[in-house]
Ligand binder design. Structure first.
Ligand SMILES: Cc1cc2nc3c(=O)[nH]c(=O)nc-3n(C[C@H](O)[C@H](O)[C@H](O)COP(=O)(O)OP(=O)(O)OC[C@H]3O[C@@H](n4cnc5c(N)ncnc54)[C@H](O)[C@@H]3O)c2cc1C
Ligand code: SF4
Length: 597
């Protein structure tokens, strides 16, 4: 087996005396894509990333067995990851007064906190305030793409034109036809595995080889077919056939490590922004990357009010710097980009940059999750064990609610992510009664016979769902932090009730015994799919950006991350973030060459 192990490009000298064509803030999915598109069009680009450039393979150690780790994957003593109860009962800032040396978000608790301790932020340094919110942040080159769950889905006109469908909220200023060519480009450049299903509400991608469904999943797929519902192999942002144009990534060898930890793949079969986008962009000679650079203000020209660069602090030395550029592109993630806009007050933009509408920080939306169901496939009990976890994902059941039907209790819909079969640690050991020999036999006999699925539902955007700057609390670098004003509404709660009921019905109809249901709605933020704080639209009075993610107020400012999304859909957002960033940056490069920006 030959694995690709090409060293990342060497670190570069950063010349802050020159004016770059563009400065990009953030290096995750959005920033990486902006860098790829602009540098391939010949623009000279500086990327500022707040976090470190990590030796990521050494962090992820995808093939390390639990017994090869001194603490079976746990972080050293003194580290703590937040629990559901802490997020629910206490109020942020959650690390305030904690006796632990380091406090991390709940993702660290998914077995293997040692592997993400340098990727996730330490909540002690990065507080936030307001209503309960489980905010997961990754500060390092590549951001959250280093550990993302890689479910890569498209949106459809049920999402882009949701208001036309059910009357709520706003339509996007674009339709699926506008984005489709860019989804195709993302698929072909980064690789995605899956199966075509021809669904109008979940458009197909340009798929590479899919992973195989196992016995329980095929059984459920066949049963769902009878009612017109679909179960499809996980659409994974993973290259399964390889990418000839990218020397930093290997194809998936199905080693099974994906399911052991909070994501991450040390041979980069899973898309991550550094190997997928940033290193190839550096190879063009047009991209300079400066890690450890915390942007805290977009600077504007006093006369024109246009963006002229970015003020940042070196995270290690705390020294202040300025980066000059003809165009500023924010890609710091939905909430951090909103924070930067709000921090960038000036006499020309007293309400924050690009905020003449008063919509920056508002219309915040995401996905509601928690409800789920587990079933026992009786035919598999006591059967020989099989290797099921050598694949990058399980299955996906796309949205089926409020497409042709109208549910009485809620609008919009949800999809299920699920998994079945054998895993390294047998499922449901903790729920198995008994002890001694009979207990061990029960665990062995039942291992691999379970199927579980959990739903992700669309949270409606509302103007009152917003973030602003806390007037008193600052982060470890003295920068004001975000304050949340955000809670689920009845629509989400009613949808969550339906998730449990339909999950149960689906398994029962397939002849799978339901052995557990979860009706608990997890804390706001748990989905890690935050969206909508600088939405796009045609009307500058009710939106922050135009259809090319360009500020209505400041034409040489773009915000290319999920903050531009008008509504959340129920599909995971990262592939859409990248398709939109590609579209906007291509448009920007054209306008730039014409001298229009
Ligand atoms: C465990 C996990 C599972 C996930 N699963 C999925 C999934 O299955 N499917 C899916 O679609 N999505 C998933 N996501 C979400 C996905 O990772 C995000 O949608 C995606 O990474 C967003 O890209 P981004 O560029 O907007 O933000 P990020 O990836 O967060 O990148 C933002 C970058 O900006 C940097 N930054 C922030 N502030 C500043 C500043 N002031 N100055 C300089 N730099 C700054 C950060 O350090 C970071 O590197 C998951 C996320 C996690 C953590
Ligand atoms: S299953 Fe594939 S994508 Fe997942 S860690 Fe292994 S090689 Fe990487």
């Amino acid at each position: 087996m030959t694995l690709v192990r090409v060293a990342p490009p060497l670190s570069q000298d950063v010349d802050l005396s020159k004016t770059y064509d563009a400065v990009i803030v953030g290096s995750g999915a959005a920033g990486g894509m902006a860098a790829h598109v602009l540098t391939s069009r010949g623009l000279k680009v500086l990327m500022l990333e707040a976090g470190k450039k990590l030796p990521i393979e050494q962090e992820l150690r995808s093939m390390q067995w639990p017994y090869d780790h001194p603490r079976r994957g746990d972080a050293p003593p003194g580290s703590h990851h937040l629990s559901f109860n802490e997020y629910t009962i206490r109020k942020p800032p959650y690390a305030k007064g904690a006796a632990f040396k380091h406090v991390y978000s709940y993702v660290g608790g998914w077995s293997g906190s040692d592997y993400v301790k340098n990727i996730l932020v330490d909540e002690k340094d990065h507080p936030y305030t307001g209503t309960n919110y489980a905010w997961v942040r990754a500060r390092c080159l590549g951001g959250k793409t280093n550990i993302w769950g890689r479910l890569a889905l498209r949106l459809s006109d049920y999402d882009f034109k949701a208001k036309s469908h059910d009357g709520y909220g706003e339509d996007w200023p674009i339709s699926y036809a506008d984005v489709e060519p860019y989804y195709d480009k993302v698929d072909l450049y980064l690789g995605i595995s899956g199966v075509k299903e021809n669904l109008p509400h979940l458009p197909d991608s340009q798929f590479q080889r899919p992973s195989k469904l196992n016995f329980g999943e095929v059984k459920l797929r066949q049963s769902l077919k009878k009612t017109g519902q679909v179960l499809t192999p996980y659409r994974a942002g993973v290259t399964t056939d390889g990418l000839k144009h990218n020397r930093y990534r290997s194809k998936c060898y199905g080693r099974g490590a994906c399911d052991r930890r909070p994501g991450g793949c040390d041979i980069h079969a899973v898309f991550d922004s550094p190997t997928g986008l940033i290193y190839p962009a550096m190879d063009t000679g047009n991209l300079t990357v400066r890690p450890n650079s915390i942007a805290h203000e977009v600077l504007v020209d006093k006369n024109t009010g246009r963006a002229r660069g970015v003020a940042f602090l070196d995270s290690a030395t705390r020294k202040s710097y300025e980066a000059k550029a003809k165009v500023v592109i924010l890609a710091a993630s939905t909430l951090e980009s909103a924070r930067l806009l709000l921090l960038s007050r000036s006499p020309q933009h007293p309400n924050g940059l690009g905020n003449s509408s008063g919509h920056v920080g508002h219309n915040f939306c995401e996905h509601v999750m928690g409800p789920g169901v587990t079933g026992l496939i009786k035919e598999l009990v006591g059967k020989p064990h099989t290797l099921d976890d050598g694949r990058p994902g399980g299955f996906y059941i796309p949205r089926f609610r409020n497409l042709k039907d109208r549910q009485p209790g809620f609008i919009r819909g949800y999809g299920y992510e699920g998994n079945s079969g054998h895993s390294m640690f047998p499922a449901h050991v903790m729920d198995t009664p008994g002890f001694g020999g009979p207990f061990k036999k029960a665990v062995r006999d039942h291992a691999g016979a379970f199927i579980s699925m959990g739903a992700f539902g669309e949270v409606l955007p509302r103007y009152e769902s917003h973030v602003d700057l806390d007037p008193a609390v600052k982060d470890a670098w003295g920068i004001p932090v975000l304050r949340f004003h955000y809670q689920f509404s009845d629509n989400e709660r009613k949808m969550a009730e339906d998730m449990v009921a339909t999950g149960r019905e689906m398994l029962e109809a397939a002849g799978i015994e339901v052995v557990g249901t979860d009706d608990k709605v997890l804390t706001e933020g748990w989905s890690i799919h935050e969206l909508g704080t600088a939405r796009m639209g045609n009307d500058p009075k009710t939106s922050v950006l135009n259809q090319f993610q360009q500020s209505h107020d400041v034409p040489n400012l773009l915000v290319v991350d999920g903050s531009s999304h008008v509504s959340a859909s129920c599909q995971n957002p990262t592939w859409t973030i990248m398709a939109l960033a590609w579209r906007s940056c291509e448009h920007l490069a054209d306008e730039f060459r014409k001298g229009n920006v």
